[in-house]
Write a protein that binds this ligand. Structure first.
Ligand code: UDP
Ligand code: MG
Length: 314
C-alpha cells in the first residue's frame, strides 16, 4: 500500500455552521477508501483555516483530538482561498492531493473515482459541474461572463470546474515550479500540461452558511485570472492608441484646413467631446498599465503568500 497516500485539502473561512459535518463526512469517506484498499492508512484530510473569525478552527481541533487523520493548518489571517489551497499543497506530503471546498457542495463521494482515474495513468483529474442550476441567477450570470471573457482573452480554462480536482505528486511538484505570487490555481494547473481526465457531477446547494465569495472577491479573482494569464488588455491599449492616433491626425489636418480657410470659430462642442473622449481613453489606459505595474510590484516585493499560526496532526 505504499505510494497511495491521499490528502484531501479543504480551505475554510467562517464555516462554523457546516465544518463539523464536513469533517465527519470526509473522514468517513477516508475510512471507506482505506478499507477498500484504494488508499493507504496514512492518508489525511487537511483543513486549512483561512483566518476564520468564528469557531471553525476550534471545531476542527476538537475533531482532530479524536481522529488523527484530521489535520489542520491554521493561517494567521484571511489570505484568500487560493493561498489557503496553496498552503495545503505545500505543507502536505502525499501521492494524491484532492482539493475541495469545505462546504461540500461538490460531490465528494467521487474522490474514490478520481483516485482510480489517476491510477489508470493521468496526473490531473478535474471535477466539472454538469449543471449550475443550484447557483443563484447572479452566480450563473457572472460565471458565464467570466468564461466568455477568458475565452476572448485566449485563456484556456476548464468550464464549470472550480477547485475540486485531484493532482498527483508529480503534478504538485510541477505546480511548485511556478514562482508567481498572484495565484490563479485553475489557470496554473491547466498550464502544467500533464495528462488529465474529467469527472462530471451535480453540484448541490450549500447545506449551511452563506457563500464566502463576495462580489469584490469574485471580481478580484477574475481580474487575477486575466492579468496573470493574458497581456491582451495591454495590447488592446496599444491598438486603441494606434487607432486614436490616426483619428487625431485626421482631426489635426481638418483643424489646420479650417484655420487656413478662416472658419475655425464654431465647433466648441466637437472640441469638448474630442477632449472628453480621448481623456477617457488615456485614463483607462493608464489604469490598465497601473494594474499590471502593481502586479509586478507585488511579485518584486516577494512577501510570503501565507503565514501559519499553527498546525495540528500534520
Ligand atoms: N474560502 C476561503 N477563504 C476565503 C473565501 C472562501 O478559504 O477568503 C473557502 C470557503 O470556506 C469554502 C471555499 O473557499 O470552503 C469556497 O467558498 P464558497 O463556498 O463561499 O464559494 P462559492 O461556492 O459560493 O463559490
Ligand atoms: Mg461553496
Amino acid at each position: 500500500m505504499s505510494n497511495n497516500k491521499l490528502v484531501i485539502i479543504a480551505p475554510c473561512y467562517n464555516e462554523e455552521e457546516i465544518i463539523g459535518y464536513s469533517v465527519e463526512q470526509l473522514s468517513m469517506l477516508l475510512d471507506i477508501m482505506i478499507n477498500d484498499g484504494i488508499i493507504s492508512s496514512d492518508s489525511r484530510v487537511c483543513f486549512v483555516n483561512d483566518g476564520s473569525k468564528d469557531k471553525t478552527a476550534e471545531i476542527i481541533i476538537n475533531c482532530s483530538k479524536k481522529n488523527k487523520k484530521v489535520a489542520l493548518i491554521d493561517l494567521t489571517r484571511n489570505f484568500g482561498q487560493q493561498y489557503a489551497l496553496l498552503a495545503g499543497l505545500n505543507l502536505n506530503e502525499a501521492d494524491y492531493y484532492v482539493t475541495i471546498d469545505a462546504d461540500l457542495q461538490d460531490d465528494y463521494m467521487l474522490i474514490a473515482d478520481m483516485v482510480k482515474k489517476a491510477k489508470e495513468d493521468c496526473d490531473i483529474v478535474y471535477g466539472c459541474r454538469k449543471r449550475r442550476d443550484t447557483d443563484t441567477f447572479f452566480k450563473r450570470f457572472t460565471a458565464r461572463l467570466f468564461y466568455k471573457l477568458m475565452n476572448l482573452m485566449g485563456i484556456n480554462i476548464r468550464e464549470n470546474h472550480s477547485e475540486f480536482r485531484l493532482l498527483t505528486k508529480n503534478a504538485v511538484s510541477k505546480l511548485k515550479e511556478f514562482g508567481e505570487r498572484t495565484i490563479f490555481l485553475r489557470g496554473i494547473v491547466q498550464n502544467i500540461g500533464l495528462k488529465s481526465a474529467d469527472i462530471y457531477y451535480d453540484c448541490t446547494e450549500r447545506l449551511a452558511g452563506k457563500t464566502k465569495y463576495t462580489l469584490p472577491k469574485l471580481i478580484g479573482l477574475a481580474w487575477t485570472a486575466i492579468t496573470s494569464f493574458s497581456v491582451l488588455p495591454l495590447r488592446f491599449i496599444t491598438i486603441t492608441g494606434f487607432l486614436t492616433s490616426i483619428i487625431s491626425a485626421s482631426i489635426l489636418i481638418y483643424a489646420i484646413r479650417s484655420y487656413l480657410k478662416h472658419y475655425s470659430i464654431p465647433g466648441w462642442t466637437s472640441i469638448i467631446m474630442t477632449i472628453a473622449f480621448f481623456c477617457g481613453i488615456i485614463i483607462m489606459s493608464l489604469g490598465i498599465i497601473g494594474e499590471y505595474l502593481s502586479m509586478i510590484l507585488i511579485e518584486v516585493k516577494g512577501r510570503p503568500l501565507y503565514q501559519i499560526n499553527k498546525t495540528v496532526n500534520l
